[in-house]
Design a protein around this ligand. Structure first.
Ligand code: PEP
Length: 263
C-alpha cells in the first residue's frame, strides 16, 4: 500500500488544510513538550516566525528516564487546543499508548508516533483506525524497510495519510545524539509515495546543528522539517539544548522559503 509501485503520483497529506508533500516545503515547529499555556502560546508565535504552518508539542513524553518530566497528559492537549484556537495553527502531538489514541485524536490534527514506538504494532493499528493523519518517525535502530513496513500497518487500516519522518539513527558516533541518515530521504522517496520530512532537532540533539541539518534536509529534497523552538530553553523541561532561539527563526523561515520559490 505504501510502495511507489502502483501509485502514479506522490501523496500529499492534508493536515486541516495544510499540505505536506508535493511541491510544498512544510515547516512544523513548537516546543518539545507542552509545559504551560504561556510557554506554548509563545512557542507558537516563534514557530510562526520560523515559517511554520503546523504547531508541534508533546503532551505525552516518552522519556528514557522514568524520573524525567513525562508530559502533562490531557491537560497538555487542552493547552494545545486552546493555542490552536488563538493562533489558527493545526497541532501535531505524540501518542504513546494505544489506549490513549481516541483521547489524543479528539484534540490533535495529526498523531505522531515516536521513534521508540515505531514497531509498537498495536499502536500503529490504533492510529490507523483513528481517522487522523499520522506522522511516523523512524525507529532509531530501524532499517528503512522496517520503517516502511511500520507505515504499512497504518495503511492496512485504510489510512494513507501518513508522513514519514527521518529523525536520526543510532551509530557509534557520540558527537551527536543520533546520526541523521540524510540518504534515507531520497531512498524512502524512491520506495514510497508518502511524503518524507526530517527532524534536525532530535537527530542532532544540539541547537547549533539544527540549521545546518535543516539546510541539508531541504537541499536533498525532504518534504519538510519538524523543529523544536522554546521561549526559554534554559528552563525547558525537555530537550532545551536543541531548541532554536529567537535569533535563529528568520534563517529557518528563509531556508524553507527559498526552496518553496525554487520548486
Ligand atoms: C519528539 O518529537 O518529541 C520526540 C520525542 O521525537 P523522537 O521520537 O524522534 O525521539
Amino acid at each position: 500500500l505504501v510502495s511507489r509501485e502502483n501509485h502514479d503520483s506522490r501523496t500529499v497529506v492534508s493536515v486541516r488544510g495544510v499540505p505536506i508533500g508535493g511541491d510544498n516545503m512544510t515547516v512544523i515547529a513548537g516546543p518539545c513538550a507542552v509545559e504551560t499555556p504561556e510557554q506554548t502560546l509563545e512557542a507558537a508565535r516563534m514557530a510562526r516566525a520560523a515559517g511554520a504552518a503546523l504547531l508541534r508539542g508533546g503532551a505525552y513524553k516518552p522519556r528514557t528516564s522514568p524520573y524525567a518530566f513525562q508530559g502533562l497528559g490531557e491537560e497538555g492537549l487542552k493547552i494545545l487546543a486552546d493555542v490552536r484556537e488563538k493562533t489558527g495553527m493545526p497541532i501535531v502531538t505524540e501518542v504513546v499508548d494505544a489506549a490513549d489514541v481516541e483521547l489524543v485524536a479528539s484534540y490533535a490534527d495529526m498523531l505522531q508516533v515516536g521513534t521508540r514506538n515505531m514497531q509498537n504494532f498495536a499502536l500503529l493499528q490504533a492510529v490507523g483506525d483513528a481517522g487522523k493523519p499520522v506522522l511516523l518517525k523512524r525507529g532509531m535502530s530501524a532499517t528503512i524497510e522496517e520503517w516502511l513496513m511500520a507505515a504499512e500497518y497504518i495503511a492496512q487500516r485504510g489510512n494513507l495519510d501518513i508522513v514519514l519522518c527521518e529523525r536520526g539513527i543510532r551509530t557509534f558516533e557520540k558527537a551527536t545524539r543520533n546520526t541523521l541518515d540524510i540518504s534515507a530521504v531520497p531512498v524512502a522517496q524512491n520506495l514510497t509515495h508518502l511524503p518524507v520530512i526530517v527532524d534536525p532537532s532530535h537527530s542532532g540533539g544540539k541547537r547549533e546543528l539544527v540549521l545546518p541539518l535543516s539546510r541539508a534536509a531541504i537541499a536533498i529534497g525532504a518534504d519538510g522539517v519538524i523543529v523544536d523552538v522554546h521561549p526559554s530553553p534554559e528552563t525547558a523541561l525537555c530537550d532545551g539544548p536543541q531548541a532554536l532561539l529567537e535569533e535563529d527563526l528568520d534563517e529557518l523561515r528563509d531556508l524553507a522559503g527559498t526552496l518553496a520559490t525554487l520548486s
